[in-house]
Design a protein around this ligand. Structure first.
Ligand code: RIB
Ligand code: CA
Length: 327
């Protein structure tokens, strides 16, 4: 029986790989995709999401979500994101996330109601539990839980791409999704729903290499070719700005959350912990995980490691299922 999920994205290069993986997996029934502001503004993340859904010809509704974090942008003194240095390769500026994905402009449109309204309406009437996979800032999910807390009873698990214990990426203490909306992240982690955090410690360990991209291309499918393009772009950025322990490799954070639903073994050293999100000053957006044995009530499962060999095998199996031949 396929697992029902709702994917919440700020598409984004790695979000795009996650959306394709969810669409192609026979183990997943993708009920909807909800966009949120994060990597880019809500117009761009929504358009990019529509483009990926249309590229794979999937009949999956897309709902436009929140255009700003809950409160962060109201606080003028909140930590600014460090300006990222421009990376130029072959005379072209390369970014981890392009404004628009290099695939055809969408001709399909998002649904009429917002993502938050969809979450509340869908979950209120849900007859079976559903899993939320949130791979962008947690604004939509937090807003839905604030509108109607009873929807938590219909959520089997919330898988969150976010956080970092020994690894950060947007400030010395924070990972981007949590940093962009720390208050939303805390509301989700404290919601009482089973929360599995997939932080940078796991996504950097479960990285994708240039050789893995060759495996994707050898499948000669639309999804395999597009995933290879996105991962190769990410490898250029990681080599320039955040080299991994494995040479010529990139974290493809969001897709690891989908792979976890298919093969939980892609996450390693998963511990039940108490996690607090920092709101202010230098700990803004930090996932403060209390490793002490006698800590307070535990509120999430946190993956401290990942398995890159299992991860790439899951992705190759999924892209091989794509009936659309190469780009
Ligand atoms: O820090 C990585 C996360 O931030 C990923 O979800 C990426 O898409 C960005 O949203
Ligand atoms: Ca993302």
């Amino acid at each position: 029986m396929a697992r029902k999920i709702i994917l919440d994205v700020d598409t984004g290069s790695d979000d795009a790989v996650a959306i394709m993986a969810a669409i192609l997996s026979p183990d997943i029934q993708l009920e909807a995709v909800c966009s949120v502001a994060g990597n880019k503004d809500i117009d761009k993340t929504t358009e990019n999401t529509l483009r990926v859904v249309e590229l794979l010809g999937a009949e999956v509704p897309v709902y436009r979500g929140c255009r700003e974090p809950l409160v962060k942008f109201l606080c003028p003194d909140r930590l600014e994101r460090e300006e990222k240095k421009k990376v130029v390769k072959d005379g072209k500026v390369v970014e981890m996330h392009s404004d628009y994905l290099d695939i055809p402009t969408a001709t399909i449109r998002e649904q009429d109601i917002s993502a938050v309204e969809f979450y509340v309406q869908y979950l209120r009437q849900a007859k079976e539990p559903v899993t939320l996979v949130a791979v962008g800032p947690l604004t939509n999910v937090a807003m839905a839980l604030m509108v109607d807390g009873t929807i938590a009873e219909k959520i089997e698990e919330i898988v969150v791409m976010g956080g970092g214990y020994n690894i950060t990426n947007v400030t010395p203490t924070a990972e981007f999704n949590i940093w962009y909306d720390p208050e939303a992240a805390q509301r989700v982690i404290s919601s009482g729903v089973r929360v599995t955090m997939v932080p940078l410690d796991a996504t950097h360990a479960a990285c994708i290499t240039l050789d893995d991209c060759k495996r994707f291309r050898a499948l000669n499918t639309v999804s395999g070719d597009f995933a290879a393009e996105l991962c190769e772009q990410r490898i250029v950025m990681h080599n320039a700005a955040q080299p991994l322990d494995v040479p010529d490799a990139a974290a493809v954070h969001d897709a690891l959350c989908i792979a976890y639903l298919i093969d939980p073994g892609v996450l390693k050293d998963v511990r039940h912990v108490h996690c607090v999100v920092g709101f202010r000053d230098f700990c803004e957006g930090q996932t403060i995980v209390d490793p002490r044995y006698y800590t307070e009530e535990k509120n999430c499962y946190y993956a401290f490691d990942g398995d890159r060999f299992k991860f790439v095998d899951v992705l190759c199996d999924l892209f091989a299922r794509d009936k659309r031949k190469g780009r």
